[in-house]
Design a protein around this ligand. Structure first.
Ligand SMILES: [Zn+2]
Length: 467
């Protein structure tokens, strides 16, 4: 019997050997994305995990056999492998899907109109994104994503029917194909994709940013393993970590609106998990640890810049029990969304509206503060945004790609005794995605912060004009 450490070292060595002996091949045989040339892969050491090369044929089989499922190629990884996206919805209720598209168009352009649509009598669906396998060596999330897909594609129960009448489930089955094949945390460029959202240097990250921007998902579930062998002091037997994370949060978020739903959605995931596996959840907002440092900008935390109810899920089990844990937690989230979609999306739109109208942030309500054992949440919750930023062109491109509104001056101007030429890039903070904009700009040294009154004629810069 090998120790956990020996097993880890062995997995690592196997992953290294696989990476060097079998460099990423072009896995696409032709235009048919489901024709994948098998290559040597490093599967899970702990259970019979689905191979990367088996995923595309499996998804194709599901797509052909279920009229609820459509599969597309989202992007190519750094190593040239496909990221596959499955969209699952009930085809009988396409009117509700069309209604969501109308809400979506207005959500960031005209939040008032989007709110009116929500409160009209029409029914609508809401999008939930499930992201599997950002870390290639954390196998269970991808297998869970495939299992959720099969469940939603084929199950004829009233429960699934109700989910698909209310929710468009979008599954990014394997966010890191390179890591899945080589058994590494990182992709083939040796980047931890979960921490790539500030620089957005990798094609996988860019693809996910595009997906999130395209859908403004109501909920985002990012599936991981928590490797307790690395941090043994936090180990609690038979548990799954379900964020919202512990304190303190990124002060840019409209956190009161987020936590109002995300916390109780986490409770719903815990209930479903416990009922089916007897595992409980560590919900860091509730259970701590009560740190004073801001959590890292991970995938689900990036989704929260789009006012998505983002959760990272980390099972401690590296085998089938981990696949089970993800499956049941996801089901708990979907059930919660079915019951609360209208109020949840109303607050998501309210968050965009706050930005658009330059409304102040609000503190976390008292009834939610009492759910946390960390008193850090009493502070650090409300901040003021500047009026605008003057930014260089390369940042303008980045922000536009993320859905932030950027303008250019149609004349030269002076600010704070400095002269700026015609065509200078400006980001006004009274905009729907102020949260995202401020997060990327607030600590930069190559921008100018405008705090006070500032009046200048600008022209709109369209995304299309950025090369
Ligand atoms: Zn992970």
């Amino acid at each position: 019997m090998k120790s956990a450490n020996q097993r880890l070292i062995l997995s690592f060595v196997l992953a290294l050997i696989t990476t060097f002996l079998f460099p990423p091949a072009n896995a696409i045989a032709n235009g048919k994305w489901w024709d994948v040339v098998p290559e040597n892969e490093a599967p899970s050491y702990y259970y019979d995990s689905i191979l990367y090369s088996e995923i595309a044929p499996k998804l194709r089989e599901i797509e052909v056999n279920s009229n609820r499922v459509k599969v597309d190629v989202l992007a190519e990884s750094a190593g040239g492998r496909n990221l596959l996206i499955a969209t699952i919805s009930d085809p009988e209720t396409s009117d509700a899907q069309d209604m969501f598209q109308e809400i979506l168009v207005n959500m960031t352009k005209d939040p008032e109109k989007a709110l009116a649509l929500i409160d009209s009598d029409s029914d609508f669906k809401v999008p939930v994104v499930i992201n599997g396998g950002t870390h290639g060596s954390e196998y269970t999330g991808v297998d869970a994503a495939v299992r959720v897909m099969e469940y939603l594609a084929y199950d004829v129960s009233e429960e699934v029917q109700t989910i698909l009448e209310n929710v468009i489930v979008i599954i990014n089955v394997v966010q890191n194909p390179d890591g899945r094949v080589s058994g590494t945390l990182q992709n083939s460029a040796n980047v931890d994709l979960d921490l790539d959202f500030m620089s957005q240097s990798q094609p996988e990250t860019k693809a996910l940013v595009s997906l999130i921007k395209e859908w403004n998902p109501l909920v985002f579930l990012d599936l991981h393993n928590k490797l307790y062998s690395v941090t043994p002091t936090t180990y609690v037997p038979n548990t799954m970590v379900i964020e919202p994370s512990g304190p303190y949060h990124n002060p840019n978020y409209e956190y009161d609106l987020y936590i109002k739903w995300a916390l109780f959605e986490a409770f719903s995931m815990e209930d479903e998990l416990f009922a089916n596996t007897s595992e409980t959840a560590i919900i860091p907002f509730r259970n701590g640890p009560c740190t004073t440092t801001q959590p890292q900008l991970t995938t689900s935390k990036y989704s929260m810049f789009h006012h998505t109810y983002g959760h990272t899920l980390e099972t401690q089990y590296l085998d089938e029990r981990g696949v089970d844990a993800h499956f049941w937690a996801i089901k708990g989230a979907l059930k919660y969304v079915v019951e609360n979609k209208k109020d949840m999306i109303r607050d998501q739109i309210q968050a965009f509206r706050r930005g658009a109208l330059d409304l102040p942030q609000q503190p976390i309500p008292e009834y939610i503060l009492t759910e946390s054992n960390c008193n850090q949440y009493n502070d650090l919750t409300v901040q003021n945004f500047p009026v605008a930023y003057i930014i260089p062109e390369n940042i303008a491109k980045y922000l536009l790609f993320n859905g932030v509104e950027v303008e250019r001056t149609n004349d030269s101007f002076q600010y704070d005794e400095d002269n700026y030429p015609k065509g200078t890039y400006i980001v006004w903070m009274d905009q729907p995605r102020r949260v995202l904009a401020n997060n990327f700009l607030e600590y930069r040294t190559d921008v100018v912060v405008i705090q006070g009154a500032f009046d200048i004629k600008t022209i709109k810069l369209n995304e299309a004009s950025i090369k």
